[in-house]
Design a protein around this ligand. Sequence first.
Ligand SMILES: *Cc1c(COP(=O)(O)O)cnc(C)c1O
Length: 448
Amino acid sequence: MREEAMNTVDLDQRHVWHPFSQEQTAPAPLPVARAKGASLYLEDGQELLDLASSWWVNVHGHCHPAIAEALAGQARTLAHVIFAGFTHAPAAQLAQALVRALPRPLNRVFYSDNGSTAVEAALKMAFQSWRNRGERRRTLFLAFEGAYHGDTFGAMSVGRSSGFYAPFEDVLLKVRFLPFAETWQGDKNVEQREAAALAALDAILKRDGHRLAGFIAEPLVQGASGMRLCRPEFLRAVCERVAAHNVPVILDEVMTGFGRTGTLFALEQAGVVPDIVCLSKGLTGGFLPLAATVATSAVYETFLGQDFSTAFAHGHSYTANPLGCAAALASLALFESEGTLARIAAIRQANMRWLDEAATLPGVTRPRALGSIAAVNLGPEGNGGGDYHSSLGPKLKARCLELGLLVRPLGNVVYLMPPACITPEELARAHGLTLQVLRETAHLYAPA
Ligand SMILES: *Cc1c(COP(=O)(O)O)cnc(C)c1O
């Protein structure tokens, strides 16, 4: 067929390579024509409720008019400019807004394009900061088992245990991994698990504390490995021990930032003030790729000097893109004007009732909720999260699509993470239909 006559999907199938997909066996992608609020509309008119916030980026709903307006105005004024030696109002104002929203010592904003580059910049900052001070022994990083920090080489290194990176094993950075003390509703052994993790941490710090360049963690919830929660006091205890060995703490708030966990940032609930924080996904409300790595002045000052040798020689063509910054400023303003955190609290309340019902179903275990996130595991207890080779996820996803829901299980973990704009009626529909899917599919995972 002549390509001019092809529809979106056929053209896509001929030329596009999709992310995180086995192209040979994946079902054909669905063509999305437009989106509004919590809904996507396919080219054939079918509506899908976006319960994954489009890979965790959408905050206030799709195509929010206030962000769209800010973006259109900025596009007519200044779409992009080199950011070395130049600046512009959207970047300066966004840096101010982020610094005001974060704990006080975090006051230097380094812009990049996505979550992986925000993490990459943070790891390089932590590493070079030691070099700039003449300390060359600190070449290791510390991270949690089950962590996910993105897909570039540094980010893969500290997220190696997510299991995506086997082909690259030989060429990754050296990292020590510590157990993540996961918890859930009704969990009776969390204190034991935390004590074991802290003991493992103490052993690592005793042996390698002086060789660690930095520690990185997703605060309160590990996203990609299956929406695994930990208690704030556990994260705090880990960060305190790490900091006591002078190891800089990097919090990766790429998923948790901008309200997802019920506060603007998860670090507020954990009571942890990191040396560096990574932001992306929700930063622009889900409109454009933009990221920020925010460092303390103490970190920043180690890069100052009379020549270029101590400078942070890192940057991207689209660093601090004005359109992204304008979208981010408009998105932040909506937190005030729309009471976004109150909306997320209401979503959590409704999600708790969904979890109560789900937990009565056969094979449904480990109910848990944080902010607008609710999740359960399917299958026998002890069957931890995020097994991407499980065939369960694709089956559940397909059934949800038939019922008008975008749900993307992480292996045997089913989670809901709607944008804050979802209405009580839409959420009730999502809850009812997902319970129906769990009942229908129980034979696939529930013990007989
Ligand atoms: C998604 C994610 C990343 C990577 O972000 P990209 O924009 O996909 O590169 C990093 N860290 C966490 C915690 C994430 O959830």
